[in-house]
Design a protein around this ligand. Structure first.
Ligand code: CP
Length: 299
């Protein structure tokens, strides 16, 4: 694997290979590097806790050298572009960069460059895609059910701004899941019809195997000063009462950070049906599998 940019750039076989390898890492298997030293720079131009720190944990577990980068303390503050920052990383010998940036498809200019030789791993591009979150999510679902075919999965909430939803709907549909979308209708777009049907949350909550809740992205909503957290929770959120209607074996997922008592009731975050902390844990092992797949082309 040279780069990881979108969910659809991976074949089904590659996805299943990454799931199996992440499970092996979780079971204690070690990476066998083919050269002595690898270098990775994590370039986060948007805030992150999970993606940034689980990549760093994965890198350190694998013995990869992590090149520290703080956008605010870098030459980005002098106006240096993303392109020139990555060009610099490649020039000093970095094997791969993990990039989170607010610009959708920021990676196109990087991978088209003849001089940028390092691999690019997309840690989230605006409202575009979040392929590594998508892969840790499919790992979590596969661990739970051992299959995707025929699973009923609801993706609920801020679909318009969610790069997680964008990656996951493409991946899960392709792997054979039956998808439903719920949440405010104005946040549903007809283009999602190719992947699943819109239904009110009360119509899906008792029939699905996975309730995948999305964070309300307040920072990407303009002019929503009338937004009421209480009203959102009541009308579109997974409340305690709604969760009581879920199937016994159904699970709750959320990429986090969670707006507690907005899209998801506070009490449900660590409930027995929640897999939110497992998603975070799986993020480390899936990112190890991704880094291995990328680094195996570097030896
Ligand atoms: N799920 C996720 O991407 O979280 P962070 O923004 O904390 O990385």
């Amino acid at each position: 694997l040279k780069h990881l940019l979108t969910a659809e750039s991976l074949s089904d076989q590659e996805v299943m290979g990454l799931i199996k390898r992440a499970q092996e890492f979780k079971n204690g298997e070690k990476w066998q590097p083919r050269k002595e030293q690898y270098f990775v720079a994590n370039l986060f131009f948007e805030n992150s806790t999970r993606t940034h720190k689980s990549f760093e944990m994965a890198e350190r577990k694998m013995g990869i050298n992590v090149i520290e980068f703080d956008a605010k303390a870098s030459s980005v503050s002098k106006g240096e572009s993303l392109y020139d920052t990555v060009l610099t990383m490649a020039a000093i010998g970095v094997d791969a960069v993990v990039v989170r940036h607010s610009e959708e498809n920021y990676y196109n200019q990087l991978i088209q460059s003849k001089t940028i030789t390092c691999s690019v791993i997309n840690g989230g591009d605006g409202s575009g895609q979040h392929p590594t979150q998508c892969l840790l999510d499919v790992l979590t679902i596969y661990e739970e059910f051992g299959r995707f075919e025929g699973l009923k999965i609801a993706i609920v909430g801020d679909l318009t701004h969610s790069r997680v939803a964008n990656s996951n709907m493409k991946m899960l549909k392709r792997l054979g899941a039956d998808l439903y979308f719920a949440g405010p209708e104005e946040w549903y777009n007809k283009k999602y019809e190719a992947y699943g049907e819109y239904q009110p949350i009360d119509a899906v909550v008792d029939k699905v195997d996975v309730m995948m809740m999305l964070r309300v992205q307040h920072e990407r909503h303009e002019g929503d000063e009338n937004f009421s957290k209480e009203a959102y929770h009541r009308e579109y959120g997974l409340t305690v009462d709604r969760a009581a209607r879920m199937k016994e074996q159904a699970i709750i997922m959320h990429p986090a950070p969670v707006n507690r008592d907005v899209e998801l009731a506070d009490e449900l975050v660590e409930s027995y049906q929640s897999r939110i902390t497992q998603q975070m844990t799986n993020g480390v092992f899936m990112r190890m599998a991704i880094l291995e797949a990328i680094m195996s082309g570097k030896a």
